[in-house]
Design a binder for this molecule. Structure first.
Ligand code: PRP
Ligand code: HPA
Ligand code: MG
Length: 179
């Protein structure tokens, strides 16, 4: 698996530092609110586990599953809601947890859904922000790291459903998806 990686960008220790930094920020900003933390599957599964353990607050955890890449390296530009949440977000403060914001279309879809359902506030905590990939004008509120415009895998992020279990984020060798 490691042989398919061109360059390691963020190792476990630096991801842990980012989780701690963002966790402290979120802890300070949501003292009286008991937010709903909405983890976006599958990519955010590890980030959710690490970030939430750095948040010293009462939170409710929910999972939603959406998909647009279907394992490939480019967005299909069509987001499908695979598994919805059942809890009521009306008048609640929601923090969306994402592994990566790239074109921004998944996040836009999530935000619109939560707005329609009457959330009081919606913020986003993402491990990675690929600003050069944006197709829609949207910003994350809490960012672990900026990444350049290359296809990355590991620590939750996949190519064809593989590499999610790498303990680091790295650039996938282009020959893997160009062959
Ligand atoms: O900003 P965007 O261009 O919309 O890309 C970001 C989204 O794409 C990936 O999900 P994917 O559709 O691959 O599903 P997965 O999390 O199950 O891998 C990633 O986990 C984000 O949710
Ligand atoms: O660079 C990426 N890697 C994996 N999944 C993704 N989804 C959006 N961008 C990426
Ligand atoms: Mg994916």
């Amino acid at each position: 698996m490691d042989n398919d990686i061109e360059e390691i960008l963020f190792d476990q220790a630096s991801i842990h530092e980012a989780a701690h930094r963002l966790g402290q920020q979120i802890t300070k900003e949501y003292t009286d609110s008991r937010p709903i933390v909405l983890s976006v599957l599958k990519g955010a599964y590890l980030w959710t586990a690490d970030l939430l353990r750095e948040v010293e607050l009462q939170v409710e955890l929910e999972f939603i599953k959406i998909s647009s890449y279907h394992g490939g390296v480019e967005s299909t530009n069509e987001i499908s809601l695979v598994t919805d949440i059942h809890s009521n977000v009306k008048n609640r403060d929601v923090i969306i947890l994402e592994d990566i914001v790239d074109t921004g279309q998944s996040l836009q879809f999530m935000k619109e859904l939560l707005q329609e359902r009457g959330a009081n506030s919606i913020k986003v905590a993402t491990l990675l922000d690929k600003k050069e990939g944006r197709k829609v004008d949207i910003k994350a509120d809490y960012v672990g790291f900026d990444v350049r415009n290359e296809f990355v895998v590991g620590y939750g992020l996949d190519y064809k459903e593989l590499y999610r279990n790498l303990p680091y984020v790295g650039i996938l060798k282009p020959q893997i998806y160009e062959q």
